[in-house]
Design a protein around this ligand. Structure first.
Ligand SMILES: NC(=O)c1ccc[n+]([C@@H]2O[C@H](COP(=O)([O-])OP(=O)(O)OC[C@H]3O[C@@H](n4cnc5c(N)ncnc54)[C@H](O)[C@@H]3O)[C@@H](O)[C@H]2O)c1
Length: 340
């Protein structure tokens, strides 16, 4: 197993790559541990955390709510979980988000670690310490920034992942390539998803590179006052679509990236929209949808990146280089109308 310790402003996270179940169990040692997972992950690997208290949630985005947080906290209390315990979020981004949030507030904060089981969680959701739940239609409105003690990568856990979830995860991988890694963009153009999925070494190398790329952004700007905002490429419109149209996170972000490419042409003279759209489609992602403008604008107005009448929009200057520009809400609406 390879490990890499990454320091953030007030703590460090150890990334364990190419880990196996036995290594995880020895890492936990004799600490009091409780696992949070969802029904699909538990069903796929019933013995992975055998003998360790496990709270199992229904799968899906609807679980990311304060009602779930209250339910998990009640279970932690009834299990007698102490302040020095470790809460392990074992699942996709929904589970890592809930686990990180609950760990941050239970008894004023207990340690947490993640064992991500989707591509999306491995390269994105589990990395960076942002943990949140939704408030009604508003994505990730409630949350905190707090780093996990470790993130454990066992690509064997992806063996049961449905094809659509692989596609979903590649939206964030393509996003990383677009904003910060031209070489990875070129490399993704040369491969097929079916090839990456079936080649353990290749999938691990893509996942590792992307997890560390995101960690690098977070190291520079943990509390998102500057460069970390670039990771929101595709997310402003994406978040609105995800909630409104019940799209998977990656699918919504892919559409958001396609729209942001068109905006980038106008605002920054970006010339490679067609290449970005072609790459998204090559990996099975959508690049357009019908948008209900009034509903979408209402959600965009509540976006965390809005300042007064402007939204700080992440655009592309070139493949591998993002830029953030203030965009008047009215201009955004006009461009959205022209795009649909
Ligand atoms: N905190 C962050 O920085 C951050 C970043 C990106 C996304 N997110 C959040 O992550 C969430 C999306 O994450 P996701 O796409 O992983 O969704 P998810 O957690 O809902 O997982 C997707 C589906 O795959 C199933 N699943 C998970 N692992 C499996 C496995 N190994 N085998 C079989 N089935 C499995 C789940 O049960 C679920 O049905 C969104 O809520 C998004 O807001 C957070």
């Amino acid at each position: 197993m390879q490990s890499e310790a990454i320091s953030f402003s007030s703590s460090q996270t150890v990334f364990y790559f190419e880990g196996k179940q036995e290594e995880l169990l020895s890492l936990i040692g004799k600490r009091q541990v409780v696992v949070l997972t969802d029904e699909n992950v538990r069903r796929a690997f019933p013995d992975y955390f055998k003998g360790i208290p496990t709270i199992v949630l229904p799968s899906g985005e609807d679980s990311k709510s304060m009602a779930t947080v209250s339910r998990v906290i009640a279970e932690l209390i009834s299990l007698g979980i102490n302040r020095d315990a470790l809460l392990i979020g074992w699942g996709g981004g929904v589970i890592t988000d809930i686990a990180g949030f609950v760990a941050g507030i239970y008894k004023r904060g207990i340690a947490c670690a993640f064992v991500p089981t989707t591509v999306l969680a491995m390269v994105d959701a589990a990395v960076g310490g942002k943990n949140g739940v939704n408030a009604g239609d508003y994505k990730n409105m409630l949350g905190l920034v707090r780093q996990p003690e470790f993130i454990f990568y066992d690509v064997g856990l992806l063996s049961s992942l449905p094809d659509i979830e692989w596609v979903n995860g590649f939206a964030e991988i393509i996003k990383h390539a677009c904003i910060a890694d031209r070489e990875m963009f070129d490399r993704l153009e040369c491969h097929e998803l079916s090839e990456i999925k079936t080649n353990r070494e290749l999938s691990m190398s893509v996942i590792r590179k992307n997890a560390l790329l995101k960690a690098g952004f977070v190291q520079q700007d943990e509390f998102e006052s500057g460069s970390r905002k670039q990771l929101n490429f595709g997310h402003t419109l994406g978040h609105a679509l995800e909630k409104r149209q019940h799209l998977k996170h990656g699918f919504a972000v892919a559409i958001g990236m396609a729209f942001a490419c068109r905006l980038s042409e106008k605002k920054l003279g970006f010339k490679d929209s067609d290449r970005v759209l072609a790459l998204l489609e090559k990996y099975g992602l959508p690049v357009h949808t019908l948008v209900d403008i009034p509903q979408t604008m209402a959600l965009l107005q509540a976006d965390k990146k809005r300042h007064g009448d402007t939204v700080h929009y992440v655009l592309l200057e070139n493949i591998g280089k993002a830029g953030i520009r203030p965009l008047a809400v009215a201009e955004l609406e006009k461009n959205l109308e022209a795009w649909i």
